[in-house]
Write a protein of this length. Sequence first.
Length: 477
Amino acid sequence: MKPAHYVNGAFSTAGPAFPLRSPIDGRQVGTVPEAPRALVDEAVTAARAALDGPWGATGVEERCAFLRAIADGIEARFDEFVDAEVADTGKPRELAATVDIPRAIGNFRAYADLSYGRPDRAYNTRVPGWSGTGEALNYTVRRPLGVVAVISPWNLPLLLLTWKVAPALAAGNALVVKPSEETPSTATLLAEVIDAVRLPHGAFNLVHGHGTGAAGEFLTSNPGIDAIAFTGESATGSAIMRAAAQHVTPVSFELGGKNPALIFADADLDEAVEGTLRSSFTHSGQVCLCTERVYVERPIFDEFVRRLGEKAGQLKDYGPMISAEHRDKVLSYYRLAVEEGATVVAGGGAPSFGDERDGGYYVEPTVLTGLAADARTVREEVFGPICHVAPFDDEAEAIRLANDSPYGLAATVWTSDLSRAHRVAPRIEAGIVWVNCWNLRDLRTPFGGVKASGIGREGGEYSLDFFSEPVNVCIKI
């Protein structure tokens, strides 16, 4: 399957090609077309025409039927999607088969269910006004925002793409999607599924390419874009916000994180260690929700560090970094940590396998201790399989340490004290706080971050609210 653009119902490979490499062994496995500005503009024009044509005339029931058909289409090609996800990202096959692809299917079905029969709000009121007192019927309807640009990242390519595409289509918008240049394959497969279900041409458009000075910038700066939904790193989000400001374009951002875990002395230590191992090293730390800062109450600090270090050192089935550039970035933080005075409990370098993986982009799962709170390795998002463990002495200090970050995406709290859990969780400056678990997600609940971790919330009604505009109608009786 060769990556291709999909614009106004037609596939193409317009534009110069750039190499697509396997993160598993570094080999070039294909090429990706770089969308020229003219093609991006054509996609925006096609989306606008779809809104003025058949797609704009569809009712919510018909849109929900399309979403269910797309879900069925992905499910019918399940193994192809898994193969493409693994080839692009290098993640373990089990992870793609049990998380990424099933949740992508679930996104389309969930938003079909949430949107079907969604009620309008009506108020029958008597209000005084400059035109005199009178009875009026007020009701609120929601209309689509219009043409929405969706830009998705490389770590969970299909899952995070569908997390935006499903509610945006459910709300009646027309889309221009740009996936990461590192992971184009599942987006192309999704376009094939959408084409097969005969979604009106122009309602979904796909362009490939890079960001700055390329397809991403062409898309976000296009005056025909009515909203931008983006998941990715905070620096890119800032650049997109500057572009959006030119036209006062609304944005929904899910950005980076430097997520804390608080391990209290009364926690189930076995569960806390296993949970932190998972939250720090799933997908080799390349998940925005992963834990990079671990704070442990002092009475159990040494034992926790010993256990976590042993288990991290025993990990074998982990994937590579997405690219050679990202691998080098993560390894530079490993070196920086040592320069800043860290003790390396586990990992700290690049593994040697003695097979083709030595040409890939692997780094070791790494556990550190001993760094000051203002060390760069503690402050800056690494986005790799790394965590730093530090002690705390009381609840107030734990909360202060957790909040001492420019980020605020997610956090975990490990304790057997129910009162403490309810007391601590709301005081952590993060969009989501897990207690005695990690990444347990209900699609209906709000998801997003505070501070440098994002703007707005996704999930359930929150996504549908972003992708639609409330319009109040007032009729004098």
